[in-house]
Ligand binder design. Structure first.
Ligand code: B12
Ligand code: SF4
Length: 501
């Protein structure tokens, strides 16, 4: 019985940017008695289904965007007599769908770290259960990934998770509902072990693949103090102390390591935290800016963010501490106006952020936005290929609409065109060149230009464009740029690197 773990994708680039962490966590959770699993990441190359035999187990991990491809693989694997098991955020929310469309024998809901061996044992005895409850594994029981199984020369960045869950409650995000609002944080040394292992292999760039690297704000501490809630205060202080411990230990690792994470902009109010990030060489972070207006922020339950000039000041604070920001903005909010696109691009340029992504509001399952939208759409008769819009992920990607919620002022085309033009403006050569002044050397600036263009090709055009020639062109460009780019990110392996004391 061979175990196959598959990360489905419609597009394969030969080289990929970030290691899909779940593959290597589940590989580590696979008992050694079953041998090393066959790991297939379709962002590198498509699965060869001829390698799947009757009685094998095929574990498929999907999120909403790649569910359709995952189902195709599931059906084909089952036809060949394999046991098909689905897991990941999408099956956690829609287990029945994986059974009906993906031919799943079993679905794992929640975290796979601890339940996976039981799934495999049941498959071996020919009796997998329909559903396994993986639950929310506590921070001290996360399974460290098996990086020894990484293929050589394929990825640019490693990925290490330091916590799961987020205390906020943004309306467009499912994390706080599926992963919980209580941060489940790993001890610093468990994280360090994995980072060292990746550096031994030659990885210099590491994504700390957390939802929110700053789970306790100064405001949370003040509130607990004001309420005289000493138990809560002690708990928050312990979480915060562990963060600092992690950053202190990261700072002791080889100087060529660079980390990147996701964080709320509240961290900009906390100079001590920013200083520790800088010392730990956390050089970049994705910040969910979402909207540049107070009304927009209110609409997505994110009023803890700043708008207008305050936003500029806050974002600049990261830069002052050497943390470069990838700002993430959403278009299509009910409060957006025709001038929002230009205003956002200007503010993004003014805020000294290094990169930006402009996404169109998408109701993801499991979110507050999705629940409201689904209710509103209950009587909508629209079907594409027989699929209702509220199950848009089942529509083949080239037919899938890009905008879902009707807007009071803007048509779907206005939103799509406005989003595309904001990408165009932000990633025009003169605008990139101006931002490239964060790098001192000419070579560094040229590299910044190249990476900006690559980022744009991989994310912007493929997500927004409806014209298939443009999509194909972008993918070909990305394919061409990825291989040489990889060499810029990885370095000489350090097999002898020790874990710092
Ligand atoms: C890191 C990350 C990224 C990285 C991915 C890098 C990489 N190569 O892995 C980047 C930045 C590229 C990214 C991009 C996007 N992401 Co993202 N991302 C995350 C994040 C923060 C962590 C994922 C992670 O690595 N977790 C660590 C692993 C170990 O956990 P895991 O994947 O959940 O797997 C566990 C279980 O789910 C389960 N499991 C998973 N698969 C399987 C399979 C089997 C067989 C079994 C048994 C169990 C199992 O076991 C695992 C171990 O416990 C999650 C948030 C989150 N909390 O999940 C969002 C998240 C997955 N992303 C999300 C989104 C929306 C996106 C984008 C669409 C954003 C955008 N607008 O562009 C793109 C999609 C890109 C693409 N086409 O795939 C959403 C997905 C929502 C949904 N319903 O699908 C999430 C949940 C965040 C959110 N705000 O809601 N993302
Ligand atoms: S968008 Fe970010 S801050 Fe908001 S709930 Fe999700 S992870 Fe937390």
């Amino acid at each position: 019985m061979r175990i196959h773990l598959v990360n489905p994708s419609d597009v394969s680039f030969g080289t990929a940017v970030i290691t899909p962490r779940w593959l290597y966590v589940l590989a580590a959770a696979t008992p050694r008695a079953y041998g090393d699993p066959v790991i297939i990441d379709e962002t590198l190359e498509p699965i060869d289904l001829d390698r799947v035999s009757a009685g094998d187990v095929v574990g498929i991990g999907i999120h909403t965007s790649n569910a359709l491809r995952g189902y195709e693989i599931g059906r084909e694997a089952r036809r060949r007599g394999a046991f098909v098991v689905f897991g990941g955020i999408h099956p956690t929310l829609y287990p029945e769908e994986s059974r009906e469309l993906g031919a799943a024998h079993a679905v794992v809901k929640g975290d796979g770290d601890l339940v996976w061996p039981a799934v495999l044992d049941d498959c071996r005895s020919g009796k997998p259960l329909a559903t396994y409850e993986g639950g929310r594994v506590s921070g001290d029981r996360f399974t460290p990934a098996r990086w020894d199984l990484l293929p050589a020369d394929r990825y640019m960045w490693g990925s290490v998770q330091t916590l799961r869950g987020c205390p906020k409650h943004c309306s467009f995000c499912s994390v706080w509902r599926t992963d919980g609002q209580q941060p489940r944080q790993r001890a610093a040394d468990a994280v360090i072990h994995e980072v060292v292992e990746l550096r031994r292999l030659g990885f210099r760039f590491i994504l700390l693949s957390d939802d929110n690297f700053y789970p306790v704000t100064l405001g949370d501490l003040r509130l607990a103090e004001r309420q005289g809630n000493s138990a809560r205060l002690a708990e928050l202080k312990a979480i915060r102390a562990e963060r600092f411990e992690l950053m202190r230990m990261l700072a002791k690792l080889p100087a060529d390591l660079v980390f990147y994470t996701q964080i709320t902009m509240e961290a900009a109010e906390d100079p001590e935290f920013l200083k520790a990030m800088n010392q730990a060489r956390i050089r970049g972070a994705l910040v969910g800016v979402e909207s540049v207006t107070p009304e927009g922020l209110k609409a997505v339950f994110k009023d803890f963010n700043c708008a207008g000039e305050n936003l500029v000041t806050r974002l600049k604070e990261f830069r002052k501490h050497g943390v470069h920001i990838l700002g993430s903005f959403i278009f299509g909010l009910p409060t957006d106006k025709p001038e929002t696109f230009r205003a956002t691009a200007e503010l993004a340029q003014k805020s000294d952020i290094a990169f930006a992504q402009f996404v169109m509001l998408t109701p993801f399952p499991g979110t507050v936005d999705f629940a409201k939208w689904e209710e509103k759409m209950a009587d909508d008769p629209t079907r594409i290929g027989g699929v209702p819009l509220t199950r848009y992920w089942l529509i083949p990607s080239h037919q899938r609409p890009r905008v879902y919620s009707p807007h009071p002022l803007l048509s779907a085309d206005d939103i799509r065109a406005g989003t595309q033009s904001t990408w165009d403006r932000f990633y025009s050569v003169p605008a990139i060149w101006e931002r490239a002044r964060i790098v001192k050397s000419l070579k560094g600036r040229l590299l910044f230009l190249l990476i900006s263009k690559l980022y744009r090709q991989m994310y912007a055009n493929t997500g927004i464009a409806t014209d298939s020639a443009r999509v194909t062109r972008s993918r070909n460009w990305a394919r061409l740029l990825l291989r040489p780019c990889r060499k810029l990110f990885v370095t000489t392996p350090m097999p002898e690197l020790e874990i710092p004391v």
